[in-house]
Ligand binder design. Structure first.
Ligand SMILES: Nc1ncnc2c1ncn2[C@@H]1O[C@H](COP(=O)(O)OP(=O)(O)O)[C@@H](O)[C@H]1O
Ligand SMILES: [Mg+2]
Length: 223
């Protein structure tokens, strides 16, 4: 079976001369929850940025469902949903408009039934006409996830989804992620919390100083 994401000898040196990724090899299987675990500055966001086409690699290749992220950018980007680490969202739009607009950015035609399903699954349905501005921090996070799911991606990236989030929302988030996996979506999340990786992931990759130190089934690693 084709891997969801296949990364070979990936390196990144920023314009400052700092090398954030040093020859990373990694395969994420279709349908799994994969946690990329590492401390701040390890290179997690850089790695995600390259797969999502936001950051240019210095060397190596990345395939998403067998498609090259550079030469087949449009195709790979349409297969991916990204929930970014930093909350960036149009505060003055309604929830419904924000999420519907995101779908359009990927060249997909309107599909109100899908948007409705996504909003309901994230308990945002009764907030659909509310301005994003008026939502709590936790609700804003849910809107980011709804945006990332608006175009029916096969692979969802969550970059530090629960950093700075209270315990209750963290629980909800974990539940939502499990629910998504049930629908066949491959999930790749980054975290610097060991307990988050332990709670969520099927497999865990540990990254430090731009190198993957190990990749292991969660059960094996925790033992
Ligand atoms: N645009 C940039 N220019 C220079 N250095 C950067 C840039 N973005 C990130 N870095 C550096 O690359 C390293 C990895 O950063 P990042 O991928 O954000 O790590 P993580 O997400 O694991 O915290 C850090 O040392 C960071 O300072
Ligand atoms: Mg990061």
């Amino acid at each position: 079976m084709t891997a969801a994401v296949s990364i070979t000898n990936l390196s990144k040196t920023y314009a400052t001369g700092f090398t954030a990724l040093k020859g990373v090899d990694l395969e994420v299987r279709k349908g799994e929850i994969f946690a990329l675990l590492g401390p701040n500055g390890a290179g997690k966001t850089t790695l995600i940025g390259i797969v999502c086409g936001i950051v240019n690699a210095t060397g190596g290749t990345v395939l998403v469902s067998g498609h090259d992220v550079v030469s087949e950018y449009r195709k790979t980007r349409s297969l991916i949903g990204l929930v970014p680490q930093e909350v960036s969202i149009d505060a003055f739009e309604s929830v419904w408009n924000t999420v519907s607009f995101s779908r359009g950015l990927f060249g997909k035609g309107p599909n109100p039934a899908h948007i409705e399903k996504v909003l309901k699954s994230l308990s945002l349905w009764d907030k659909k006409d509310e301005k994003v501005l008026n939502l709590s921090g936790g609700m804003k996070r849910r809107v980011l996830i709804a945006k990332a799911l608006s175009h029916e991606p096969e692979i969802l990236f969550l970059d530090e989804p629960t950093a700075g989030v209270d315990v209750e929302l963290r629980r909800d988030m974990w539940e939502m992620v499990r629910g998504l996996r049930e629908t066949g979506v491959t999930i790749i999340l980054t975290t610097h919390y060991i307990e988050e990786a332990e709670e969520m992931a099927d497999r865990i990759g540990v990254i430090n100083h731009g190198e993957i130190i190990l990749v292991e089934e969660k059960r094996t690693l925790m033992r």
